[in-house]
Design a protein around this ligand. Structure first.
Ligand code: AMP
Length: 207
């Protein structure tokens, strides 16, 4: 299956993509992870996009589209994939249509207030790329998976979160209508615990 996960920053796309990837045995393609890896490794791309990521803006479409196009052409994507964080604009969605035929776009719908609380409590492990919420951690500084030191992602700081929201509402939200018009939109209530939301997604996919 070729699945897109849509939703505001903090709606749970990454968490749900990770669970789906295990269940469906198809890769999770996260543009945010790809960009953060480049940033961490200080590649030419990483240096080019550092300020954009730090400020909560969007990496230019032509760069992002090229990266996704190449990634989806790799053999592990032959049986499908879960796109997490792409497309994020109509231009990206239209470009995607020219080289891939996706099955559905799942929109995780979550109240803005819940999201702000999720993001402000979010901690990230730069060693294993895990994301956790402080409410589920016995030690808010230590990664429960690999023991690495947890950090607050720069783009989870309050001023950046607000900017990411603004960008989401102006540029990404129109994608809901884009996929609805193509009969490919599945809307799932993204509020509640991880397992509850995941069940809703599986039920929706089974239909
Ligand atoms: P995420 O982890 O998906 O929230 O992405 C982190 C950051 O990477 C975003 O705030 C953007 O700066 C950048 N990014 C991720 N995906 C895209 C995309 N599809 N288009 C442009 N920028 C992106």
């Amino acid at each position: 299956m070729k699945i897109i996960l849509l939703g505001a920053p903090g709606s749970g796309k990454g968490t749900m993509a990770q669970k789906l990837t295990g269940e469906l045995q198809i890769p999770q393609i996260s543009t945010g992870d790809i960009f953060r890896k480049n940033l961490k490794e200080a590649t030419p791309l990483g240096l080019q996009i550092k300020d954009i990521l730090d400020s909560g803006g969007l990496v230019p479409d032509e760069i992002t589209i090229e990266i996704v196009k190449n990634r989806l052409a790799e053999p592990d994507c032959n049986n499908g994939y879960i796109l997490d964080g792409f497309p994020r604009s109509i231009v990206q969605a239209e470009a995607l249509e020219t080289f891939q035929n996706i099955d559905c776009a799942i929109n995780l719908s979550v109240d803005k207030q819940i999201i702000v609380s999720r993001l402000s409590g979010r901690r990230f492990c730069p060693d294993c790329n895990g994301t956790f919420h402080i409410s589920a951690l016995s030690d808010p500084e230590v990664c429960p998976v690999c023991g690495g030191k947890l950090i607050v992602r720069k783009d989870d700081r309050e001023e950046t979160v607000l900017e990411r929201f603004r960008v989401y509402e102006t540029t990404t939200l129109p994608l809901i209508d884009f996929y609805a018009r193509r009969g490919k939109l599945i809307t799932v209530d993204g509020s509640g615990g991880i397992d509850v939301v995941y069940e809703r997604i599986l039920n929706a996919l089974n239909k």
